[in-house]
Design a binder for this molecule. Structure first.
Ligand code: CU
Length: 511
């Protein structure tokens, strides 16, 4: 208790003395907001599992928010139809299958005002790339920005030289062709830039898109799968606009994670989603630079989580809320059959702010059974649970003083080595600092891993699917079962983009 008091006082001093102009401007400074108190009493299964543990770090989630001045997002007024990214068309008369161009554009977020944005094949975000399971495609990447960039295929298990990490810079005006093989289960992945030191800014200005692996097996067909009809990509981001309604990254950049007060879903401000069917599938991605979301439904209803980052769950899990740290994804099924016609339910954040109102436009009272696909598979064998830890990762620090195993990223240094196809246990430890520390979302390229345990306790059913990014709370030890199907050099890093840009990243060579 005393420790927390001291931490609180230190933060107060920090905040008062902090030159961050946002502190004065924003009425919802975390410390003033009584709603913040609710954060620790969340009904999250992950939190519940931890309640009995008396973990002194549990209170520190608020510390993170306060330090970063993270306030709630402004609620969507539901004025604009949710944009649905186009599906990228396959080229028919070309040597490559797809073409993706990073370009500068402008977007009218506010009526009559053009905001400079970045996009792939357009002004903002990018088209949804859909690969069939087992398919191999050639993708031509063009850089029409005025800065170097890369395209990282987040979650795809491909060789290191196609991964699009920081060593694969494409200069302005240049192009590169990569081969992508979708040799993994159906999943909702994504793609985004990864140039070291500039990832935060390029994502902030609008680069990012969905990447699906589609599996045409009969099992999958039981879930809603009509793109934009009953199966929707939802890219959640937060932004802050400057006095000229521009995305002025240098002005708002925060070393501990750049946070905005305006919510965008698929690049739409004040979005509303209108649906014609009682059962919908939402593929939710946290593509924010740093904000952690806790999603709920405004009517308090539950929904079914069917997939994690890189695969379906062993079985659908009924959830009241879902936490997503940056780069994590889930797929959920939402049943609207009980919702009255013209009644609006909404996806909200943990403060009850509407992020996405959902209007039902169908007339029928037809209810649709939520399909239950239960796998015979065992998530982790006893043998896997008993494997010894062979890779230890320590996340530490704040602001630009962030490190992994005491070091900052060096593109010329290989930090770890692992043999292709050999499974190892990684233990990720998030070492607290004197102010308590903060949550880091940890991501490994080139692999879909399993989360074995958190502080020795088996993870909740909603984490029992393949993942490529994992929330690691301050003080927590998370064990991962990691295997790389392809060779090459792959980054592993914190997915708070400003931490990543400031060197909270290492390289593993898979041989
Ligand atoms: Cu971090």
């Amino acid at each position: 208790m005393m420790k927390r008091m001291i931490g609180f006082l230190m933060l107060l001093v920090l905040l008062v003395g902090c030159a961050n102009p946002l502190v004065e401007e924003r009425p919802y400074n975390g410390m003033m907001n009584p709603r913040m108190e609710n954060r620790n009493s969340m009904m999250n299964p992950r939190t519940e599992n931890r309640n009995g543990m008396m973990n002194p770090q549990d209170g520190n989630r608020n510390t993170h928010m306060t330090l970063n001045n993270v306030g709630p997002l402004e609620a969507s007024k539901g004025l604009n139809a949710l944009k649905i990214p186009e599906v990228l068309e396959k080229a028919t008369d070309s040597e490559y299958d797809y073409e993706i161009t990073a370009q500068i554009g402008s977007t009218e977020f506010f009526e009559g005002i053009q905001t400079e944005t970045f996009g792939y094949n357009g002004d903002l975000l990018g088209p949804t790339v859909r690969l069939r399971k087992g398919e191999t495609v050639q993708v031509k990447i063009n850089n029409e920005l005025d800065v170097p960039t890369t395209v990282h295929w987040h979650g795809l298990e491909i060789p290191g030289d196609a991964d699009g990490g920081p060593s694969h810079l494409i200069s302005p005006g240049e192009s590169k062709v990569v081969t992508l093989k979708a040799n993994q289960p159906s999943a909702t992945l994504w793609y985004h830039p990864h140039p070291h030191g500039n990832t935060g800014e390029q994502v902030y200005k609008g680069l990012g898109g969905m990447l699906y692996i589609d599996d045409s097996d009969a099992d999958e067909a039981i879930y809603p799968n009509e793109y934009g009809i009953n199966d929707f990509p939802l890219i959640f981001q937060d932004r802050q606009y400057d006095e000229n309604s521009q995305l002025n990254y240098n002005q708002v950049m925060n070393f501990d994670g750049t946070i905005g007060n305006i919510s965008l879903v698929n690049g739409t401000i004040d979005p509303v989603l209108t649906v014609d069917e009682p059962l919908i599938r939402l593929r939710m991605l946290n593509a924010s630079n740093a904000r952690e979301y806790t999603f709920r439904l405004s009517n308090g209803a539950t929904f079914k989580q069917i997939a994690s980052d890189g695969s379906r769950l062993i079985q659908p899990v009924e959830m009241k809320e879902i936490i997503l740290t940056p780069s994590e994804r889930v797929e959920v099924l939402v049943d609207l059959s009980e919702v009255d016609l013209n009644e609006t339910v909404a996806i909200t954040d943990e403060f009850g702010n509407t992020l996405l109102p959902i209007e039902r436009a169908f007339n029928s009272q037809e209810t649709k059974e939520i399909p239950e696909m239960v796998s015979e598979e065992i998530f982790l064998s006893e043998e896997e649970k008993q494997l010894p830890v062979t890779k230890e990762i320590e996340l530490f620090g704040r602001m630009n003083m962030v490190t992994i195993n005491g070091r900052k990223f060096d593109p010329n240094r290989i930090d770890l080595r692992q043999e292709q196809g050999v499974t190892e246990v990684w233990e990720i430890y998030n070492r607290p600092d004197m102010m308590g520390g903060m949550t880091h979302p940890f991501h490994i390229h080139g692999t879909q891993f399993k989360v074995i345990s958190r502080d020795g306790i088996e993870v909740s059913p909603n984490e029992q699917g393949l993942k490529d990014s994992v929330l690691v709370e301050s003080g927590e030890r998370v064990k991962l079962l990691v295997s790389f199907p392809e060779k090459g050099v792959f980054p592993f890093h914190c997915h708070i983009l400003e931490h990543e840009d400031n060197g909270m990243m290492g390289l593993i060579e898979v041989y």
